[in-house]
Write a protein that binds this ligand. Structure first.
Ligand code: G3P
Length: 221
């Protein structure tokens, strides 16, 4: 399973990229705004740091605007994936950009039918938002299960990857991996939690204090 970081924060991107954990990045207009910097500089930096796919989202909502903006975003790098919303115009833009060899991530997916249509339009990725479904009392992971079954049933027709988005905690990641989703995109806080375990910290403290005692009793060794 590939791991993407869901952020436009360069410090976090560098931190986890230096650990070799990142296969790509996803951004959206909210994440970009949060940084309070010129988005052009941020997008340029991210595409320099990350070799894998970087999803940059359009803010136009009409077909022509999305095509023009998508092509402009693609100029930041060959690894740019244009992110479009799950709308009629978004799917039309997805078909057009994909047919020109520009990969597309269709975002704001909340149903299996939407995922099916995005795959039909040629999307490289579909982004189902599981946390936001959980928020309204629906089981977001069930949507991932449904999409996985559908895409597996039509393996020869669809090469589209399931990019699980709106992940809120580490259990989402384990469950997405068990279902066989292709990609998870994680907020830095979730990736940080995945690194940690209290028994690791306790174990390390014990190893080091035993070593210290041993050295104190055997100064010549
Ligand atoms: O990148 C889109 C998605 O991951 C947003 O997550 O937490 O705002 O629902 P969230």
């Amino acid at each position: 399973m590939k791991i993407f970081l869901d952020t436009a924060n360069l410090e976090s991107i560098r931190k986890y990229n230096d650990m070799g954990l990142l296969d790509g990045i996803t951004t959206n207009p909210s994440l970009m705004s949060k940084e309070g910097r010129n988005p052009k500089d941020v997008m340029e930096e991210i595409t320099k740091i990350i070799k894998g796919d970087v999803s940059l989202e359009v803010v136009n909502t009409d077909y022509a605007g999305m095509i023009e903006e998508g092509k402009r975003l693609r100029q930041y790098g060959e690894n740019v994936v244009v992110k479009v919303p799950m709308t009629a115009d978004g799917l039309k833009a997805c078909k057009h950009l994909s047919s020109e060899g520009i990969p597309v991530n269709v975002t704001l997916i909340f149903s299996a039918n939407q995922a099916l249509l995005a795959a039909k339009s040629g999307a490289k990725y579909v982004s189902p938002f599981i946390g936001r479904l959980d928020d309204i009392g629906k089981d977001g992971m069930n949507l991932i299960r449904d999409i996985k079954i559908i895409f597996d049933n039509y393996k020869d027709d669809f090469k589209t990857q399931i990019l699980v988005a709106s992940i809120r905690h580490p259990i989402h990641v384990v469950d997405a991996a068990k279902v066989g989703a292709h990609v998870v995109t994680l907020p830095p806080t979730v990736l940080d939690k995945m690194l940690q375990h209290p028994l690791t910290d306790i174990g390390l403290d014990n190893f080091l204090s035993d070593w210290k005692k041993f050295k104190a009793g055997n100064p010549d060794i």
